[in-house]
Write a protein that binds this ligand. Structure first.
Ligand SMILES: *[C@@H]1O[C@H](CO)[C@@H](O)[C@H](O)[C@H]1NC(C)=O
Ligand SMILES: *[C@@H]1O[C@H](CO)[C@@H](O)[C@H](O)[C@H]1NC(C)=O
Ligand SMILES: *[C@@H]1O[C@H](CO)[C@@H](O)[C@H](O)[C@H]1NC(C)=O
Length: 715
């Protein structure tokens, strides 16, 4: 009879089977992370969402199938037991039927649907949500990005970057508190937390509602967890018996493994993602909360029921016995006495105790270790010889699991560092630092520029300084190589002239251009460098990689039917293949460039807008119109493809700057410029941080800008 009740408890209604996932979660996950590498955000979302769904579907399909099989082989309720002589055979007949049924639950192993262990770990770590939050952010579905970020963070509370992301999202306009949801929340835990929250706020009615719901969900989750235990025999983890064990031994061994797994569902269900320790005495604690909540709501019958249920686990609990006595006195002995503990919990406890008894027995008889996950197990269930041992083992197990937890964290940190490049979200949040100088203001940040690591700062230099620097270029152009009107390397419809800081200073020294202007140019580049370093909150200095003051001028009679750009879309530190949507970070790209900035000197021309695109080079995500004193700054990687629209009338002047975080790639010419400034102006105010880096001699760093083909990377 107890068995029948037990089975009823275990069996969930048999719903319609979900359609088998078209693609296995592992393939979908792989496709998702490939799409991520390409920066194909819609594909990331499509595949990762499908991977999560496919995994969920597989899991529930397996659970349902196993439960159905368990049902079909169950002893028909109410039938008398077989005579002893037939018991083994009948028992085996049932096993056979069940085995035949189970075969249909999953495709024969090795299944392409079975998740690899590593991939299973990825799902457990909630990695798909890390990819998803980036992808949703990129396509500006901020609410979904926030939910994905939150979901990932709940499972990885030590993840520094994600914490920063969440802080960033908190500050974003339009983000609601309700966006921060845990999409993977286990319903029983979610309800339990809510219940406890209301309980603490002394709101017994909602507390009861949620705690009762939590119990309901607990048993759903428990049923699933236990069904999933009935998997294949795990030789590796559980091979205590002789290899040539006989039939009964072999059965015992596997069955013991399954039972042990089922017992560990207690721990599994009481675990919260990202927390080291499961909640102790989780299931009984529901009744501790409930009895008091019911009492507070004036429901003494229920308070008594819950107190008695709690006492099933801890019959000697003093406080609970006192409570029970009090409730009983208030309600009256006559009404209180017939109220018993909850029946399903009695059954649960009985089954659990029987399992423990069997497991302890095989521990004692065969030495198959078992560590009881519960604290409420009565001593008499544990064989005498094991009692002291069990105590020590529980303590050791707790310690070891803590140590393993720490070790896992260390390993994860290491792994994370290695894989950081792929999902480095810190880029999205490391901005917003102070601008350092008066008169500067942020015109647009990454969010307004529809991307990451982007900023537009206004007021970097004054109107007079703009005019002076524009003059400087033109003076240098005619003074320098005696030519102005060299055709742009980017388009036949524009002329192009550029001068580096060092060259300008040299020309100033030779008296060919204004020394004041050359110094101003030098000063301004340093100002932009410092603003970039501060705004993007860089921990290490930014070094100049290359600086160029450039004017491009529309050639009047070459503008008709023009369809090209002033500078085609490109990425500063990798070679962009727009068709394949990949950016290869290899030489001859300037792979060491980390940040880029352009300071505009004027806006009185036609065309010439700066724009960001997706990796496809055609989807424009943001456009910036140049004007005097405006600087656009951004990280130099594949997240920021950019170009310049055709200048169709007039002259467009700007200072283009590239920076590196790697001192080995600090520009040699800059050091020469620093030296020259020091010599010419006899000052100490040169920023020394710029002088420390470059110790290694770089090949080809003579007077000429050795690292850049003239104009190759102009903006
Ligand atoms: C198990 O069997 C019982 C009766 O035999 C039935 O009512 C119940 O729906 C079955 N459950 C499943 C999951 O098949
Ligand atoms: C350049 O900066 C220095 C100090 O940082 C200042 O003394 C000097 O006047 C500036 N020169 C120009 C031309 O801006
Ligand atoms: C960002 O995208 C929105 C919507 O597509 C667009 O209206 C806006 O102009 C873009 N921002 C910039 C700076 O171009």
């Amino acid at each position: 009879m107890a068995l029948a009740a037990l089975l009823l408890l275990l069996l969930a209604p048999c719903a319609a089977e979900p359609p088998e996932p078209a693609e296995p979660p592992d393939a979908l996950f792989a496709a998702g992370s490939e799409a991520y590498a390409r920066g194909d955000w819609p594909a990331v979302i499509l595949h990762m969402e499908r991977a999560l769904r496919a995994r969920g579907a597989l899991r529930s399909q397996l659970v349902r199938c196993r439960l159905r099989c368990a049902n079909s082989s169950a002893w028909p309720a109410g039938e008398p037991g077989p005579p002893p002589a037939l018991r083994d055979l009948l028992f085996f007949r049932q096993l056979l039927r069940r085995a035949a049924c189970l075969r249909a639950c999953a495709p024969a192993a090795p299944s392409r649907y079975l998740l690899g262990e590593e991939l299973e770990l990825e799902f457990r770590k909630r990695s798909p949500y890390n990819y998803l939050q980036v992808a949703y952010f990129k396509i500006h579905k901020i609410d979904k990005a926030v939910a994905a970020a939150h979901t990932f963070f709940v499972g990885n509370p030590d993840h520094v970057e994600m914490r920063q992301n969440l802080e960033y999202y908190q500050m974003m306009a339009g983000v609601k508190e309700s966006d921060f949801t845990d999409l993977e929340a286990k319903p029983h835990m979610h309800e339990f937390r809510l219940g406890v929250k209301f309980y603490t706020e002394e709101q017994p009615h909602p507390a009861i509602l949620h705690l009762e719901k939590a119990l309901e969900e607990y048993f759903v989750a428990d049923t699933e967890c236990r069904a999933l235990c009935e998997g294949p025999y795990d030789y590796e983890g559980y091979n205590y018996l002789e290899y040539n064990a006989d039939l009964v031994q072999a059965i015992t061994d596997h069955y013991g493994q399954v039972l042990s797994c089922k017992q560990s569902c207690v721990t599994e269900l009481a675990s919260q993602p990202g927390r080291d320790k499961p909640i102790e005495d989780f299931l009984p604690s529901h009744f501790n909360y409930l009895q008091f909540a019911y009492y507070n709501s004036g429901n003494y019958e229920k308070a008594i029921e819950c107190a008695k249920t709690y006492l099933l686990f801890f019959p000697n609990d003093e406080v609970m016995n006192q409570n029970l006595a009090y409730y009983t006195a208030v309600l009256g002995e006559r009404l209180a006495a017939p109220i018993g503990p909850r029946e399903n919990i009695q059954v649960y406890r009985q089954r659990s105790l029987l399992e423990k008894e069997l497991l302890f027995f095989s521990y004692d008889a065969f030495g198959i270790p078992f560590v009881d996950p519960d604290t409420w197990t009565p001593e008499e269930v544990i064989p005498k010889r094991l009692r002291e041992k069990q105590k020590v083992e529980r303590e050791t197990a707790a310690r070891i699991s803590e140590e393993i937890g720490n070790l896992m964290k260390e390993i994860e940190t290491l792994v994370e560092e290695k894989t950081k490049e792929s999902v480095d979200m810190s880029k999205f949040v490391r901005e917003g630092g102070p601008l350092l100088y008066d008169g500067l203001s942020i015109a647009m940040n990454s969010r307004l520029l529809n991307g990451s690591q982007r900023v537009v700062v206004d007021g970097v230099i004054s109107e007079e300084e703009c005019v002076e620097l524009q003059k400087l270029t033109n003076a240098a152009a005619s003074a320098g190589d005696g030519y102005r009107g060299k055709t742009s390397p980017h388009t036949p419809s524009e002329t192009f002239y550029g001068v580096t800081v060092y060259k300008a200073l040299k020309l100033g020294q030779e008296g060919k251009v204004s020394m004041h202007s050359a110094r101003l140019y030098y000063n301004v580049t340093e100002k932009v460098r410092r603003v970039m370093e501060s705004y993007f909150r860089l921990d290490t200095p930014l070094y100049f990689s290359y600086s160029h003051l450039v004017c491009r001028t529309a050639i009047e009679d070459k503008q008709a039917d023009r369809t090209d750009s002033s500078h085609a879309v490109h990425v500063d530190n990798c070679i962009l293949n727009a068709e394949a949507m990949v950016c290869v970070k290899e030489p001859p790209a300037y792979t060491f460039r980390d940040y880029s900035a352009i300071l505009y000197l004027n806006g009185d021309f036609e065309g010439g807008a700066f724009y960001f695109t997706e990796l496809d080079t055609t989807t424009v995500t943001a456009e910036v119109q140049p004007q005097c004193g405006r600087a656009v700054g951004f990280s130099s990687g594949s997240e920021n493809p950019h170009g310049v629209k055709a200048v169709t009338k007039g002259q467009r002047c700007a200072i283009a700057l590239w920076f590196t975080l790697d001192p080995r790639h600090s520009e040699r010419e800059r050091v020469q410029a620093d030296d020259l400034v020091k010599m010419l102006f006899n000052t100490e105010e040169v920023d020394l941080s710029q002088l420390k880096g470059p110790e290694a001699e770089l090949p080809g760093t003579t007077d000429a800008p050795g690292q850049s083909v003239e104009g190759k990377d102009e903006l």
